[in-house]
Design a binder for this molecule. Sequence first.
Ligand code: NOJ
Length: 558
Amino acid sequence: MEKNWWKESVVYQIYPRSFKDSNGDGIGDIKGIISKLDYIKNLGVDVIWLSPVYKSPNDDNGYDISDYKSIMDEFGTMEDMDELISEMHSRGMKLMMDLVVNHSSDEHHWFMESRKSKDNPYRDYYIWKPGKDGNEPNNWTSFFSGSAWQYDEETDEYYLHLFSKKQPDLNWENPRLRKEVYDMMKWWLDKGIDGFRMDVINLISKADGLPSTSKGPAYDWGGEFFMNGPRVHQYLQEMNREVLSKYDMMTVGESPGASTEDAAKYANLDGTELNMIFTFEHMDIDSGPGGKWDVKAWELSDLKEVMSKWQYDLHDKAWNSLYLNNHDQPRMVSRFGNDKEYRVVSAKMLATFLHMMQGTPYIYQGEELGMTNVQFDSIEDYKDIEIQNMYREKVIENGEDHDKVMESIYIKGRDNARTPIQWSTDENAGFTTGTPWIKVNPNYKEINAEQVLSDSDSIYYYYQKLIKLRKEYEIIVYGKYDLILEDHPQIYAYTRTWKDEKLLVINNFSSEEVILPLPANLDFHTAELLIGNYEEAYATSLYDEKLKPFETRVYLFK
Ligand code: NOJ
């Protein structure tokens, strides 16, 4: 397999609004990020993925961009951005920006022109259609509830918005639009950034004729007509020829609804499209048939099945990204671990479980602190447009039970991940001297950066160790994955194989002690324990060893 720096890297994601405020306005900013670069660097991280910092009216916290080449006032200036790039580069870190080009803001000048008249030169930058018998052009549903179409009086037509009505979809069929996007990407790359995380990039090509769907009612109603659409590979290959292939850079495409077959094309090892994609399959194992808010308990057997499928199917064909949370997902320790009694050990176990797989690992800000989900009493305390729209539709318009909907928000809501980073025990967790834009998680007195930095056994230092191992042992990056103990109800164990070495990764996903029934074909006499989350984990014989609650261990065999 070809070796590449982006396969060997570990990425840290920053959601700037919630990271660190430097000027007391209650909103994180670029200067705040600069002040914490050493904190990130000391983890051993190579790359930072920065969620959008561009000019935006903030209908969706920056994922609605009104000017791709300027910086949002609350976040700072272009000079701050230049300083961030150079401060990162001087520390040997790379910067991956968010590229949001499935849609723009309705306040982007392209859209303001586009809506003026049917013959405006920007009309075809967006997707406009006349209504059908007085209704929307088709029955697609927005990811943020309601119809995916918005009527516009000015020209008596509807425009498509797969997200909020302030996020009109760009028309990728238009070569002029595509060229504008490529030029903008080059402008940023020439400034010195090192890559792009591409927002919902597999949605850019919509099915011809935009047909109505007969499936539903799930959150992706209509998804079969806009996920992995007919010309998406053609556009990405063009982008690759025009832009990506000209730079030494890293790309990851967010891709809801992509299968491993799709991924084998998007992230093919020949490098004609992207380096890797974000799959959503493992994020869906706790969703029922009604979609995201139809919450069900997840099963370890499903996690094994999905993760293993991606490991096997992409091996030697494409490259995986590895994540358990981000700014759109609940906190991983609350979702897959135990955020009470076993918070610290289970956070370490989940980190090990993920970082030892084949692929590039992503750490979401606060994960290294073991930050947890939050429960606000009032719906007003939630700021996320997805939550607000869903609540309005379900409770206010359709009379569904308030408590039941709040419960689903506690489990699945995106604001779980968006509470301010807990830096210290100071007021507002040291995030701001002003009033934070969203409430701080009340557990900051116990969970904060000051604490983890002063405790050598903390989650932060555990990540540091994990990342160091990755730099030391090629097998962690390149080894082939194989699932073992497939049917075990509590243990998720796997091996990695590389040249004549083998790695054994054992994870107890339960709060019980369990016996480890290892297969007899592994020779444990030459095993070295690389990392574990309990003291004195090493055993001379691993056969019938007892694993403690949420215990994890990684052994190397030579
Ligand atoms: C995915 C982003 O991660 C999410 O935060 C955003 O709301 C949608 N795409 C729309 O841009």
